[in-house]
Write a protein that binds this ligand. Structure first.
Ligand SMILES: C[S@@+](CC[C@H](N)C(=O)[O-])C[C@H]1O[C@@H](n2cnc3c(N)ncnc32)[C@H](O)[C@@H]1O
Length: 156
C-alpha cells in the first residue's frame, strides 16, 4: 500500500547559485553564501517571533534530481557510504536539511547566510535551530575519518 504525504512549498530560496557546480563541496567546504528565504504571503504570520533566533533549520526539496542510490561516494571521501549516512541529493525522499544563520527579517523574506541549495529551491518548513548536545558527545562517523585523512595528506 502506498502512503503519500502531500506537501506544498511554503516559499522559495533566492540566491546566486544557478548551477550545482558553484556550491562548495568536499572536505573543509565552507557555506557562507547569503540569500533570502522568500516565504509565501499566506504563511507570513507563521514567521512571528522568528527574529529572536540566530540560526534556523531549513527543510527543502532537491527538486532537480530524480531517483536515488543506496550507496554513494561523496566528494568528501573516495569510498562509498550508505545514503542515510551521507547528505546525498539522490535519496528516496528528496529532502534537504540546512542550518542557516538568520541575518534579518524583512516582511516575509528571511535574509540568511550558509545556503547550499540552488536558486529557486522549494522550502517545505523552517524551524529554530537549538542544539543541546555537547560538542564532545558528537561522533562524526566516516566523515571524521575522511577529514583526518585529508588533513594528514595535506600536511605531507
Ligand atoms: C550535499 S547536498 C547537502 C544539502 C543539505 N545541507 C543536506 O544536508 O540535506 C548539497 C548539494 O545538493 C545539490 N543541490 C542543491 N540544491 C539542489 C536542488 N534544488 N536540487 C537538486 N540538487 C541540489 C548541490 O549539488 C549541492 O552542492
Amino acid at each position: 500500500m502506498e502512503i503519500l504525504f502531500p506537501m506544498q512549498p511554503i516559499g522559495y530560496v533566492q540566491n546566486a547559485y544557478t548551477d550545482a557546480g558553484q556550491i562548495p563541496k568536499g572536505c573543509g567546504a565552507q557555506h557562507k553564501a547569503e540569500g533570502v528565504l522568500q516565504i509565501l504571503p499566506e504563511y507570513e504570520q507563521g514567521l512571528t517571533d522568528i527574529e529572536g533566533y540566530s540560526h534556523l533549520y531549513v527543510i527543502w526539496v532537491f527538486d532537480r534530481v530524480e531517483g536515488f542510490d543506496l550507496l554513494w561516494t561523496p566528494p568528501t571521501d573516495n569510498r562509498p557510504h550508505g545514503v542515510f549516512s551521507t547528505r546525498s541529493p539522490r535519496r528516496p525522499n528528496r529532502l534537504g536539511l540546512t542550518v542557516v544563520e538568520l541575518i534579518k527579517r524583512e516582511g516575509n523574506g528571511l535574509h540568511v547566510r550558509g545556503l547550499d541549495m540552488l536558486d529557486g529551491t522549494p522550502i517545505l518548513d523552517i524551524k529554530p535551530y537549538l542544539s543541546s548536545i555537547p560538542q564532545d558527545d558528537l561522533r562524526r562517523g566516516w566523515l571524521g575519518e575522511a577529514e583526518k585523512r585529508a588533513n594528514e595528506s595535506g600536511k605531507a
